[in-house]
Design a protein around this ligand. Structure first.
Ligand SMILES: [Zn+2]
Length: 457
């Protein structure tokens, strides 16, 4: 294959295949602080006993005796928290400076999953825009232990009304374009037969240029998805649609409402009907700046980005801000303020916010988008603890992953070892000293080397 370096690909395979095989060894980790991920208090001077990749016990240092033959791993003054789970991604479209449908290849998708892993993400849920067999192949290879990266979950192609599906022209024909209930049910059945992990619909008129998916068709998609045991997520824009979909039994909103602040009535309905929501504020936030924003130069985030994408991509990202018309940025700030207020209201009301950042839009890089999203969730009014729960325990609950999301007995030993306490400053989730998946340390230096080799090709 053109431009494909065998060495680079092998480097990736070694780094991450290894990480996804559960450690056979019993190990006792000791660490200054453990954040469980369920919103409970951090445990100081913690000990974690890991057996065959799972957490067997958690206690205080000295409380758990070192079993015969077990390794003791002293993590010193670090903080441990569950690996992140991201519920709204679109891998495979960006390769270097190019953002095209033709980039949707096996190796480019794997690169994105490796980027996510490097930033501390164990699991990602693709929210539709999936064509052909590639994503299913990647998922199967991961399940078989032949391929690494953040674990990929799928929503399949997804569906919308004609021209009212996924927003970018390069996504044309990725999603089903439907006009009848019969087509909707057939689409869901077809994807369910392929064992997708969820389903996705787009309910939007794209600023008036397209017909919106009628409520009757949304209802059919919801009913058919539930019949097949699938959670269904809706791309929404308008408050009125959100009200109708929440009442109709949708499982999650893939975005906030964008035409106005979310009302108390809607939020109450979401709570009553258990509707989860992915804020995705990090993408619109980019438009609010007419000069390079502070987060671009935050050392930890900037460092992770340099480790995973090429310099020309970062340069372009910087240039976009400098070139933006201040009046356009001002308008974007006004819209963004509405989103922030909705996040604050949702959080205060105890709505089910989960980490989603529409990762994989152009220059909205894997891992980077999620880490930025966490910071913005806190800036919008969530506590660091609430943001962490959204990115761990609650995301796992939404995605029905009972084996991960918290650090507690029985769960996979998937955790980040951080140089700072993210409960003090959420940006500390980026200061990743080490990462473990199923009890095995991820070889992050190898991952970085492989991603940079690929970025230079
Ligand atoms: Zn999306």
């Amino acid at each position: 294959m053109i431009g494909r370096s065998i060495a680079a690909v092998c480097g990736l395979l070694i780094a991450v295949c290894w990480a996804e095989r559960a450690s056979a060894q019993t190990a006792l980790f000791e660490v200054a602080r453990l954040i469980p991920g369920d919103g409970g208090a951090a445990l100081e001077n913690a000990a974690i006993l890991v057996e065959t990749g799972r957490i067997a016990r958690i206690g205080r240092k000295g409380e758990i005796a070192l079993p015969n033959g077990a390794a003791r791993v002293d993590l010193g003054d670090k903080t441990v928290m569950p690996a992140l789970i991201s519920s709204h991604v679109h891998p495979g479209f960006q390769m270097g400076l190019g953002y095209f449908a033709k980039n949707f290849t096996h190796e480019n998708i794997v690169d994105d999953l490796n980027r996510a892993l490097y930033f501390g993400i164990s699991t990602v849920m693709s929210q539709g825009i999936e064509r052909g067999d590639i994503m299913f192949e990647v998922r199967a290879e991961q399940a078989a232990g032949r391929l690494g990266g953040a674990r990929l979950m799928l929503s399949g192609r997804g569906l919308g009304a004609p021209n009212a599906g996924p927003g970018n022209a390069i996504y044309a024909n990725f999603a089903y374009s439907v006009t009848t209930e019969d087509e909707v049910r057939r689409a869901v059945r077809e994807q369910a037969a392929r064992t997708v992990d969820g389903f996705k619909i787009w309910v939007d008129d794209r600023g008036g240029r397209a017909p919106k998916l009628p409520l009757a068709l949304s209802r059919a998609a919801i009913e058919e998805s539930h019949k097949h045991g699938l959670r269904i997520s809706a791309h929404i824009f308008y408050h009125d649609d959100a009200m109708e979909l929440a009442a109709a039994g949708i499982d999650s909103f893939a975005h906030l409402v964008r035409d106005r602040e979310m009302s108390d009535e809607l939020i109450a309905l979401m709570r009553k009907n258990n509707v989860y929501v992915m804020p995705n504020i990090s993408s619109p936030e980019r438009n609010t700046h007419a000069s390079p924003p502070p987060w671009l130069d935050e050392p930890s985030l900037a460092g992770l980005l340099r480790d995973t994408v090429s310099a020309d991509v970062i340069e372009r990202l910087r240039g976009v801000f400098a070139r933006r018309d201040p009046a356009v940025a001002e308008r974007a700030r006004k819209s963004y303020e509405i989103l922030k207020r909705s996040v604050a209201k949702l959080s205060a009301a105890g709505a089910h916010i989960i980490l989603g950042s529409d990762t994989g839009l152009e220059d909205h890089f894997f891992g980077y988008a999620e880490q930025k999203e966490l910071e913005l969730m806190v800036a919008a009014g969530m506590t660091p603890s609430q943001a962490i729960v959204a990115a761990t325990n609650r995301a796992a609950a939404y995605l029905r992953l009972p084996d991960r999301g918290t650090l507690s007995p029985g769960k996979r030993a998937d955790f980040l070892v951080l140089d700072g306490n993210p409960l003090d400053n959420i940006r500390n989730t980026r200061r990743i000293a080490r990462m473990y998946l199923v009890g095995v340390e991820v070889d992050r230096p190898a991952l970085k080397a492989a991603l940079l080799r690929r970025a230079r090709n």
